[in-house]
Design a protein around this ligand. Sequence first.
Ligand SMILES: [Ca+2]
Ligand SMILES: [Ca+2]
Ligand SMILES: [Ca+2]
Ligand SMILES: [Ca+2]
Length: 565
Amino acid sequence: MRKNLLLLVAFLMGLSGNIFAQNGPYPPAAGQEGSTAIPVNSDQFVCWATGIQLTRGYQNIANPPAKVSFGWPALGLGVAEGGSMEVVSLGDAGEAILTFDRPIVNGPGFDFAVFENSFDDFFLELAFVEVSSDGVNFFRFPAVSLSSETEQIGTFGQVDATMIHNLAGKYRQGYGTPFDLDDVADNAGLDVNNIRFVKLIDVVGCIQDEYATYDSQGHKVNDPWPTEFNSSGFDLDGVGVIHAGSPYEISNFNDLSLATDSYWDGSDGTGSFTSGIVRYVNNYDPVYYSWSGFAYSNMRDDSTSGYTNQFSAITRGGMEADDEGGTNYAVAYVSSDWMNDFSPIPVEADFVNPAKEDVAYIVNGFFVTNATYTYLSMRDGDGFAKKFGGDSGNDPDWLTLNIYGIDINGNSTDTVVFYLADFRFDDNSQDYIVDNWRWVDLASLGEVTGLRMFLESTDASAYGMNTPAYFCIDNMYVNVGQNEAIRDVENENAISVYPNPTSGKFFISTDTYSTVDVYNVNGQIVSHFDTDGKNCIDISDLSTGMYFVRIASDNSVVTKKLIKK
Ligand SMILES: [Ca+2]
Ligand SMILES: [Ca+2]
Ligand SMILES: [Ca+2]
Ligand SMILES: [Ca+2]
């Protein structure tokens, strides 16, 4: 409601006319000659962000602690709506890190574009833009702001688009501000043909020394400030990609059917579930009705403490959840080895492997958050586990998620350690328990045949962890394109299957094969065909979904992915 009021007031002020001539050297507003603005419906866009790690900033950095709350993370994903409301507000100095189903690459001209929600060409709320290939080292586009460094652009002030460059938010809603990776190509540590992350950082826009941020030329960046509303700062509508590499496989659990506010815990005895090409192992004990390993859920309870709420994430839903929560994610429970030394038994994920051949892929990473049960136990303590920090708040407690891979030879890789809670800071105000979806980068593990994960806590005894041993994940990105064998298959133009997707019959572009086997995503053969001189295969009897078609001839085997619709 306050947002609407802000928009109305600012709109009426805008009607009084723009106070600027075009004073600067940079491209003008959308629709004007020489503008670089790209309309949201442009066919240049090949994909949009599919993952987001959001860190909200203050409504007013000079008057903490109230933070912005307008919109929700998923409003920064997918195709930009081009309106005022379908956005997520970053707040003063807030940040968003976006991930994509495909790497962004440096093609001719602009490579991606960022959409903000400004309702006109002047109320421009700006953000710095950075990119990364590894999720660790981010490189900022060389921004320029030639706006006044001595006169604050006020709460409803105006920015001249011709005075700013390489800052997101330059153009009004419905028009993307484009970025060319050529501008950051000289950075060691950045592969402009493998950009996996785009990071947006609200500029704050205050010119007081205490809060000022600076452009690449040392100018203070000035934009409308203060904007002490729940929608303060840069408002992200979406990030569209113009030049992209080969797609990743994404395991996001949205391909699993689940009723609202429910979960699957393995009590049907199947022992695992599959999302995309990743298989998640579940152990269910029918005697004790207990489970460990992975489950999946769309539970939304972020307030009920205790074991009865073991299937909820503190985020109230998965990566794509809206204001109502929901959408699927995975919940893991790490049991301890009570038969022996009570050490944690790692939970397991590996890949669907239809050809039963050794495959290893690079897992880019996934998003993680705390389970509600674990979060509330660490925050408040419970009958089994301590309150993190202790009564004084000074105890240096922590909870870590530890992830390692299994390489093609069956050996364990290095371990990536991620802090789900960290109270080791001398300044207790910096202590935190993760309550949003956070990216965990796993590319450093190299090519793996699967992942193993376990938890460790400072609150433990000889009988294992006291802290509830749960965590939640969503959106695992697997880079199958890095695997030479698979890449060769994908690039095998000599044999194709078509149409793909198919509703029943499909054709193979050769009749020299000897056998065709169709595998489901669990690696089970569901159909077998011997050559009979025909190249038409009928799978009308199979249910809809993804299959692998393995075509064998005397001297080669080719596996093709096929969608039955
Ligand atoms: Ca480019
Ligand atoms: Ca805005
Ligand atoms: Ca949006
Ligand atoms: Ca999901």
